[in-house]
Design a protein around this ligand. Structure first.
Ligand code: R5P
Length: 288
């Protein structure tokens, strides 16, 4: 039985379909004062899968997740596999400055204490978030799904990471598609002059696919698009796993020269065309 929280209803339905499982009806609403109410409206069976991304509005989606988990647990269900396609607060997995809250740790503990028995997430910002849980936690990769989209839509692409940190994603895709990959490298030419360009490949006249885990403000991708245009890229397809897309991020990216933007459906957006449903369903099938 699959329960889809407010933030992941469509994805939950796709996962249920792939698993040949049923969706459990859930009533979720906000009281006039802003507090949330949830009611599980079906007969719950052992072996429940809850699907809820904890992106914007993060706090509301988290509270809803806690309420769902706790309610199922109170109904006597012990195996509650919890799919959190986009893991909010994942960027603060340690204390960078004295006195900072380790938000990812706090959130992980609360999810666990609410009743989750296993966690499945997609491309966590830091793999180490899995270690914050005392229950099995799996960090799945959306790269095979994104690679499949690229393979069907872009001929002879160069897969490009906007920085060295994202190079692993570019490699994962280029290994699947058997094509070239590279990353944008910053070179300091003088104390006040920095040049950023593709490290090894010439992108002149090539179709380039940029891949990153998250697009938030779009700043990283805007910079990459501008550099690729300067270096003569013919077509620029921007791809990411999690379309956080703050404010007018998409507009900025298109203005910078992107021809297409595509993301997965870990978060709802107008570019969420690649589904992670198969990736999640396969992992759940293996684990059951
Ligand atoms: C950084 O570590 C991430 O991989 C992304 O590059 C970053 O979150 C993108 O943020 P923005 O869209 O605000 O540049």
């Amino acid at each position: 039985m699959i329960i889809g929280g407010s933030s992941s209803q469509k994805l939950a339905a796709s996962i249920a379909k792939k698993m040949d499982d049923v969706l459990c009806p859930l009533e979720s609403k906000k009281f006039p004062d802003g507090e949330r109410y949830i009611r599980i409206k079906g007969d719950i069976e052992e072996n429940v899968v809850v699907v809820q991304s904890t992106g914007y509005p993060q706090d509301e989606n988290l509270i809803e997740l806690f309420l769902i988990l706790k309610t199922i647990r109170k109904m006597g269900i012990k195996k509650i596999r919890t799919v959190i396609p986009y893991f909010g607060y994942g960027r603060q997995e340690k204390s960078f400055n004295h006195g900072e809250a380790v938000s990812a740790e706090v959130v992980s503990q609360l999810i666990q204490e609410s009743g989750a028995s296993e966690i499945y997430s997609i491309n966590l910002h830091e793999e180490s978030i899995c270690n914050l849980f005392n229950i099995p936690a799996y960090n799945l990769s959306a790269m095979p799904a994104i690679a499949s989209f690229i393979g069907e839509n872009v001929e002879d692409p160069v897969i490009l990471a906007p920085d060295k940190g994202a190079l692993g994603f570019a490699h994962e895709i280029s290994n699947i598609l058997n094509c070239e990959s590279d990353y944008l490298e910053k070179i300091r030419l003088s104390p006040n002059k920095v040049e950023t360009k593709p490290k090894n490949l010439d992108v002149d006249g090539r179709d380039v696919v940029i891949i990153d885990d998250i697009i938030s403000t779009g700043g990283t991708i805007v910079n990459a698009c501008k550099i690729l245009k300067e270096h003569g890229a013919s077509r620029i397809v921007v791809s990411c796993v999690h379309p956080v897309l703050v404010e007018d991020a998409l507009l900025k990216i298109f203005t910078a020269g992107a021809d297409e933007v595509v993301s997965t459906d870990t978060l709802k957006s107008e570019v969420s065309t690649v589904s992670v449903a198969s990736v999640v369903a396969e992992a759940l099938k293996k684990g059951s």
